[in-house]
Design a protein around this ligand. Structure first.
Ligand code: LHQ
Length: 258
């Protein structure tokens, strides 16, 4: 598929933004294809984790600024409504974990694609740029919602207003990403994490993700109620049965994601 590679191996789906000559800048078509891939990941039981990454030296440079659809004076809201928001919604709604393997610069919507993942593993040479304000825009792709939560208000608004590049190490030191590793260790770190997540009790991970998401707009009391309902469902799963049985006989559980 032009601009996007999708592959599956075991329980792991890999989605690779693949336009290295443009630092994997995306347009509506690529965003649409990525959304379809995430929607497929949602319905195919055997997929238990998705790894999102980029080809070449970059993760993603955001929207392709040479695309006529985003020429000055055009309706950027249409592009966002038709392509970006559906992609980000598909990622956040996916009841399975997403790992962003950030292999290089992640700018604009590219940075926010990474932040929309559940766990971000970045190479030490990678960086993040909320570059929107440099071209007169505001962070989209969920940035205005995610940045204050990941970085705290003071840092988020600084990043958004200044559009300055921060290193992967800085993002990690600020608690916004899961892990930063030497470039040579990126593959092994991501493979280990993806394999661990692929063997985890998928329905529990999906419930964790949904419950965290929902707390953004709910009271503490509502969170307690939600935890009760989700735990009620998880208590009926095969994976919970397996977890309890394995614990009782001191063996490693073998979760099936059911
Ligand atoms: C690019 C791009 C790019 C095209 C590098 N487009 N070619 C959504 C929808 C609706 C409305 C608008 O907004 C959005 C969301 C957004 O994402 S808006 C933000 C869009 N992204 C940016 O503003 C980032 C633009 N890129 C950069 O600032 C730099 O390229 C970074 C800092 C990412 C990397 O810098 P360098 O490592 O110095 O690489 P470079 O600038 O030399 O880029 C390499 C090539 O990639 C170059 O092409 P060339 O033919 O000269 O080799 C760039 O033109 C091309 N490229 N980003 N977004």
């Amino acid at each position: 598929m032009s601009g996007l590679l999708v592959s599956r191996e075991g329980g792991i789906m890999r989605i690779t933004l693949d336009r290295p000559e443009k630092l994997n800048a995306i347009d509506g078509e690529i965003a649409h294809k990525a959304r379809i891939a995430f929607e497929e990941a949602a319905i195919v039981h055997d997929v238990r984790v998705v790894v999102l990454t980029g080809s070449g030296r970059a993760f993603c440079a955001g929207q392709d600024l040479a695309d006529p659809a985003v020429a000055p004076g055009s309706d950027l809201g249409l592009t966002i409504e038709h392509f970006y928001n559906p992609l980000i919604r598909a990622m956040r709604a996916l009841p399975k974990p997403i790992v962003a393997r950030v292999n290089g610069v992640a700018a604009g919507a590219g940075a926010n694609l990474a932040f929309a993942a559940d766990m971000v593993v970045a190479a030490r040479s990678a960086s993040f740029i909320e570059s929107f304000s440099r071209i007169g825009l505001l962070p989209d792709s969920g940035g205005t919602w995610m940045l204050p939560r990941l970085f705290g208000h003071a840092r988020a608004i600084g990043l958004a207003m200044l559009g300055e590049r921060i290193s992967a190490e800085q993002a990690h030191a600020w608690g916004a990403i899961w892990q930063v590793v030497d470039d040579s260790d990126l593959d092994s770190a991501c493979d280990t994490l993806a394999e661990t997540l692929a063997q985890a009790p998928t329905r529990a991970l999906g419930a964790i993700k949904a419950a965290f998401e929902a707390t953004a707009t709910s009271s503490f009391d509502a969170a307690l109620d939600r935890e009760r309902e989700l735990q009620r469902l998880l208590g009926m799963t095969r994976d919970y049965r397996e977890g309890i049985e394995a614990f009782a006989v001191k063996r490693k559980p073998e979760f099936e994601g059911r």
